[in-house]
Write a protein that binds this ligand. Structure first.
Ligand SMILES: *[C@@H]1O[C@H](CO)[C@@H](O)[C@H](O)[C@H]1NC(C)=O
Ligand SMILES: *[C@@H]1O[C@H](CO)[C@@H](O)[C@H](O)[C@H]1NC(C)=O
Ligand SMILES: *[C@@H]1O[C@H](CO)[C@@H](O)[C@H](O)[C@H]1NC(C)=O
Ligand SMILES: *[C@@H]1O[C@H](CO)[C@@H](O)[C@H](O)[C@H]1NC(C)=O
Length: 742
């Protein structure tokens, strides 16, 4: 009897213990829903990453039964180290896979379709799931608000369970712009994310898994799909203060979450320094939300004022633009404000600003405590004009680099994740926060390999250059143009190396035919097995110097022309600096292919041909990582590589190319107003009739691919000091340039 009792007691004790463990599990679960506990734990996580959460939190670490608890905790505690499997990434590189579409998933929202298409345009895209590092669902997760009706995909969890490779979300990336619903707008997705990474707009510090999730901006359906677009010129905004110190135009909610901040705004309205326009109109039946006559009258008056102001002009005319939280933490205003080069004032206390893992927003935004709204005006008055201008410019640069199209947003998201997996190939913080930014660094390049960030460099630019001669013709005698060209290169002091890129089906001539290099200079013959035209812009390991003078084999250049071009390039290493120039223009009469290419002589140009131009080697690396569709076009036509290079360089640098003093031989003589192909011996490779038509097609194709025309028109030409001036020769640094003619 006693014995049974004792065992019974033991049973009860075990039962109680099990209950206790269960309780702990649920306790942990319920904590997950509420931020408070997490915030404490999160802040501790940063300092002591080695402490195991399970042991600490529950004090039951010794029990095997906590397995399920661990699993639940894990997805909230996810970091790359514990929830992401990088084996495939290390093996196959950073490859992103998108699941095939299925009929039953319904139609994709415009935004999700743009995201998927952007991913497909990156070099990371793969169609082979077994080499995937990141997997992307083709079930639309953009809008997880059930009130959104058709955009909300029902039974999401059920669909996930149909995907055999879902594996509790491991190595998946889920995109979301809207989550939660009326009335409290909790950031609920309506399915278990598991170990999947979340790229989400309006994410709060409570939900954000630092170093694992990505905070996105919110963008509208009209946001461009492709290309880098510039913000409204921030530089032109001087004096930097606009007509209005601060402004806001938007809805105010009569009730519910987000209403407090927006409702407070109209107290700041004075119609000149501070323009705060709010309307009660939102949803249907908003009138019913007004408790009394006074409220209705106030709304009517506000609506009238609201309708008087144009939103975009207001943004353009304001120094600071308010970005208060709405129902959710983020709003379209953030991007719109940056686009108009207005300084965003963020009023959304818990919001993790977009891409804040890499972007230092303190330099371009003001983050203001929602509760201190009434003190905002004074604070903004005190910001100095110089700081305002700097913030505007930095904000505008961030906009064009990372936010100006869905392409840029998606590329930035992927780049952040790629850098977490390959920290050894990541861009430093200063690169992220300056132009041209981290998206312009191909993974194997360091900032010191680029023409940018000069002030951060240990070493300045090389003071010599490599000449790379693309050779498509045999060298029958030592009178061939290429021999003369090489001789002139040897006479140019700054030329340190000549590489002949042999892209001719016939074998090269005997070694003795090449003019021998003077002391301290080197000569190299590179034979190409694959005669692809894109290879002439390849960053060969053998290229010794930062600057590459790209040449056609039939070019004739005088040593002084070359020396002057190189000295000019040293001042503009981020641009293409060269001799023959061309121009693009649009003929609006043709809707489908409006872009035209012309070689007509004129004061304007936007292209400098790579048949005789100096280009930083960095651009050769970038050129080879351009989307394969564009490189294929170039190789299929065996043409247009120079146009593409000009597109790329202007896109990255935001600058036109530079044309330097040139000899008469490059001139095109034509009286016709329509563009004429250039004919003539020396121009032959640059333009003959068939090539010319192809070049028009290329240009329209590239514009399509880029989503914009990055080419920039210019009228600037650089000549040596005293060029053509009637002064003594001895006074001129480049006296022969004046007289060179052939
Ligand atoms: C914490 O982990 C890191 C990397 O795993 C290790 O280098 C470091 O020594 C650990 N610190 C402690 C206190 O164990
Ligand atoms: C997919 O990738 C795996 C791993 O690299 C490879 O073995 C397989 O052949 C690839 N399949 C296809 C269809 O390319
Ligand atoms: C800016 O405000 C001034 C004064 O209110 C007005 O005259 C001007 O047209 C506005 N500019 C724009 C671009 O809206
Ligand atoms: C072409 O130029 C005209 C005026 O020169 C301009 O109005 C039009 O917007 C341009 N078209 C494109 C596609 O940029």
């Amino acid at each position: 009897m006693r014995c049974i009792k004792r065992y019974g007691l033991a049973c009860v004790a075990i039962f109680l213990l099990i209950l206790y463990i269960n309780h702990q599990a649920q306790y942990a679960l319920s904590n997950d829903e509420h931020g408070e506990n997490h915030r404490k734990r999160r802040s501790r996580d940063y300092n002591e990453p080695n402490i195991s959460y399970d042991d600490e939190e529950n004090g039951v670490g010794a029990f095997d039964e906590v397995e399920t608890v661990n699993r639940v905790l894990d997805s909230r505690q996810c970091r790359m180290e514990n929830c992401f499997n990088d084996a495939n990434c290390k093996k196959h590189g950073f490859k992103v896979y998108i699941y095939p579409r299925k009929e039953e998933y319904g139609t994709l929202s415009a935004n999700y379709l743009k995201i998927l298409n952007s991913i497909k345009r990156t070099p990371y895209y793969t169609e082979n799931i077994s080499e995937a590092c990141i997997k992307i669902l083709s079930v639309d997760s953009i809008d997880r608000d059930p009130l959104s009706k058709e955009r909300y995909v029902k039974n999401f969890a059920g669909r996930l369970s149909q995907i055999p490779t879902w594996n509790n979300g491991e190595n998946h990336l889920v995109f979301n712009l809207y989550s939660g619903t009326w009335p409290d707008y909790l950031e609920d997705l309506g399915f278990d994310l598991g170990h999947a990474m979340l790229a989400k707009a309006s994410i709060s510090y409570q939900k954000y898994r630092s170093g694992f999730d990505v905070s996105l901006p919110l963008w509208g359906e009209t946001h461009p799909a492709k290309g880098k677009h510039y913000a409204e010129s921030a530089i032109a905004k001087w004096p930097s203060f606009g007509a209005h110190l601060m402004s806001f135009k938007g809805k105010r909610y009569l009730n519910g979450i987000g209403s407090v901040t927006r409702n407070s705004l109209y107290h700041l309205h004075d119609g000149s320094r501070s323009v705060m326009l709010t309307t009660c109109r939102h949803g249907k039946d908003w009138e019913k939300l007004c408790p009394n006559r006074e409220c209705l009258d106030k709304c009517a008056a506000d609506n009238e004022e609201y309708d008087r102001w144009d939103y975009i002009s207001l943004l353009k005319n304001s120094t600071f633009c308010l970005v208060p939280r709405g129902r959710r933490l983020g709003s379209f205003r953030f991007i719109e404000t940056l686009q108009q080069a207005c300084v965003p004032v963020v009023l959304a206390d818990d919001w993790v600003l977009p891409f804040s893992e890499v972007i230092d927003w303190e330099r371009s935004t003001i983050n203001w405590d929602e509760k201190l709204l009434l003190e905002l005006g004074q604070h903004l008055e005190d910001v100095s004009p110089a700081n305002v201008l700097r913030m505007r410019q930095e904000g505008a640069n961030l906009y064009s680099t990372y936010f100006s199209s869905v392409d840029q947003i998606v590329k930035t998201t992927l780049e952040i994740i790629r850098q977490r997996i390959f920290p050894e190939a990541s861009a430093p913080q200063f690169v992220w926060n300056s132009t041209p930014g981290a998206l312009s660094l191909v993974p194997n390049l360091r900032p010191s390999n680029t023409p940018f960030y000069i002030e951060k460099k240990e070493h300045s630019l090389d003071t010599k250059f490599t000449a790379l001669i693309h050779t498509v013709q045999t060298v029958p005698s030592s009178a061939a143009p290429i021999i003369k060209l090489i001789k002139n290169l040897w006479k140019t002091e700054s030329c340190g190396q000549v590489i002949v890129l042999w892209a001719c089906e016939h074998p090269p001539p005997v070694d003795s035919r090449w003019p021998p290099p003077p002391k301290g200079k080197s000569f190299l013959l590179l034979r190409e097995d694959e005669l692809k035209v894109s290879n002439r812009l390849f960053p060969y390991d053998q290229i010794e110097y930062d600057a590459v003078l790209s040449l056609d084999n039939d070019v004739s250049l005088h040593p002084e022309e070359i020396a002057f071009a190189f000295s000019t390039w040293l001042s503009f290493p981020e641009r293409i600096v060269g001799f023959p120039s061309r121009r693009h223009y649009n003929r609006s009469s043709s809707k489908t292919t409006p872009w035209r290419y012309t070689s007509q002589w004129g004061n304007h140009y936007s292209i400098v041909l790579t048949g005789a131009a100096i280009i930083h080697k960095y651009y050769f690396h970038l050129f080879q990582s351009l989307p394969s569709t564009m490189l294929k076009k170039v190789n299929d036509y065996s043409n247009c590589e120079d146009i593409l290079m000009n597109f790329m360089v202007s896109d990255i640098s935001g600058q036109p190319p530079v044309k330097v003093t040139q000899k008469k031989q490059y001139m095109t003589k034509t009286d016709s107003t329509e563009p004429q192909p250039v004919v003539g011996k020396l121009a032959s490779r640059w333009e003959n009739n068939a090539h010319f038509t192809e070049r028009q097609q290329c240009m329209n194709f590239f514009v399509d691919e880029y989503g914009t025309v990055p080419l920039i028109d210019t009228e600037v030409r650089f000549d040596p000091l005293l060029f053509r001036d009637d002064v003594a020769r001895m006074r001129k640094k480049y006296p022969n340039v004046d007289t060179v003619e052939t």
